[in-house]
Design a protein around this ligand. Structure first.
Ligand SMILES: Cc1cc2nc3c(=O)[nH]c(=O)nc-3n(C[C@H](O)[C@H](O)[C@H](O)COP(=O)(O)O)c2cc1C
Length: 399
């Protein structure tokens, strides 16, 4: 079959970096950190395998600015207390084969992992399954410099770029959402106010890393919650990002708010947020990436060929087949076979994929898919055992 899209053409970002093709591994929290915020041999191997597979961009999910608001005790934490040499090793392995290896900068805010944190969001909430305090103003003022510091350290460690996480219901996304953000100061109310923390984080990060280092933003097209951050709000943010110094806008949707829909648990076939991406294209000339729902080469090719997006982002497909771009390029039939789960509990599918990442990092995945219930149990047990490690290691950490 003749290759027909533009998936394998390079793309130059505004900062000058040339990406070798249009295929990215979207950010995934691989949950393989050692419990002290440092990378492990399994991560070196996992990111090396993805790099060898031929993707242009590989994004490490949820790298925390501080230990205080992690999404999971397997997250990496990068700040001045970190052992930079271990991050250097990760950057070296994951950046092989001309891969742009980026860190996604995260702060889980209200959705921080409760056993290791006191979750804080834009506003105090006490809802079923979600309780958080209001972030203090001095903490909020500190935030841009924390993004900047971690980005600068990422650059020093040899990573190729950063992505600021403003999607999926974590802190910056909570600020964007009127459901989480009930503030009446200059950070709440209008969408211009709600996006202030995001824009400040970008500005500080750009100052720290200079003009030629890629900064991406992951943004929801909508939270898919009644009364939440909607497509009109999201288009206003895209228009503001167009005027900012970001290099790439990665479009996603959904949240991990209890009871809500998350993209990583989604079962639909085909790109979830393409209609929004087409609207976003009309308000920005920045490169656009679209993440969520891609399962076949034809879907990826069509999205790029349509002109709506410049890069396609895949997450679960890369868990099932780390060498997907190389196989697609070689014209080998290589559509990953997706497992089907009926009656998966909330978060269960994401847990299953996370445990599959553990297998990939140990080179011990099998063609036979593991059991969903077992994966959920293993996932919870590992987090529980790492919680003690985390608490001991960060006991004196004010962050
Ligand atoms: C195991 C797993 C972990 C994820 N962790 C993150 C994360 O840390 N940051 C993020 O922005 N998205 C994360 N996601 C969401 C993906 O980036 C993506 O938005 C979502 O899975 C939909 O894309 P897909 O259909 O290609 O899987 C995760 C998804 C999975 C499956």
């Amino acid at each position: 079959m003749q290759y027909r899209g533009t998936l394998f053409e390079p793309l130059q970002l505004p900062c000058g970096l040339v990406l070798k093709n249009r295929i990215a591994k979207s950010a995934m929290s691989d949950s393989l950190g050692d419990g002290t915020g440092h990378p492990t041999a399994e991560q070196f191997r996992l990111y090396q395998r993805w790099a060898a597979g031929g993707l242009a961009v590989s994004i490490i999910g949820e790298v925390q600015l501080t230990s205080g608001y992690a999404e999971n005790p397997g997250n990496l934490v990068l700040n001045e207390a970190s052992d930079l040499d271990r991050f250097r090793e990760l950057a070296r392995h994951g950046g092989e084969n001309g891969t742009a290896l980026w860190l996604q900068l995260g702060h889980a805010g209200a959705l921080a992992y409760a056993p290791t944190s006191n979750p804080k969001g834009p506003s105090a909430l006490d809802l079923p399954g979600l309780r958080c305090a209001e972030i203090r103003l001095d903490e909020l003022h500190q935030l841009p410099s924390e993004f900047a510091r971690t980005a600068r350290l990422a650059q020093q460690a040899g990573f190729g770029g950063v992505q600021i996480h403003a999607a999926h219901g974590f802190l910056l996304s909570q600020f964007l959402s009127p459901l989480f953000n009930r503030r009446s100061d200059e950070y709440g109310g209008t969408i211009a106010n709600r996006m202030r923390p995001l824009l400040q984080a970008i500005e500080a990060t750009r100052t720290a890393v200079g003009a030629d280092f890629p900064i991406a933003v992951k943004l929801n097209s909508s939270d898919q919650l009644e009364g939440g951050f909607d497509a009109e709000d999201a288009l206003s943010v895209v228009a503001a990002l167009d005027r900012s110094s970001v290099d790439l806008i990665d479009i996603s949707g959904g949240t991990y708010f209890p009871g809500a829909k998350s993209a990583s648990d989604g079962a639909g076939h085909g790109p979830y947020f393409l209609a929004f991406a087409k609207r976003a294209r009309a308000v920005t000339t920045k490169p656009l990436m679209l993440t969520g729902g891609f399962k076949t080469r034809a879907q990826a090719e069509d999205a790029v060929a349509s002109g709506a997006v410049d890069i396609v982002g895949l997450a679960r497909a890369f868990v099932l087949e780390p060498s997907l771009p190389g196989l697609w390029k070689a014209d080998r039939k290589a559509e990953p076979l997706f497992p089907r789960f009926s009656d998966a509990p909330e978060g269960g599918i994401t847990a299953w994929y996370t445990m599959r990442l553990t297998e990939l990092g140990a080179d011990r995945e099998t063609p036979v898919f593991g059991d969903l219930g077992q994966a959920i149990q293993d996932y919870a047990a590992r987090d529980k055992s790492r919680t003690g490690v985390w608490l001991r290691h960060f006991a004196n950490d004010a962050g």
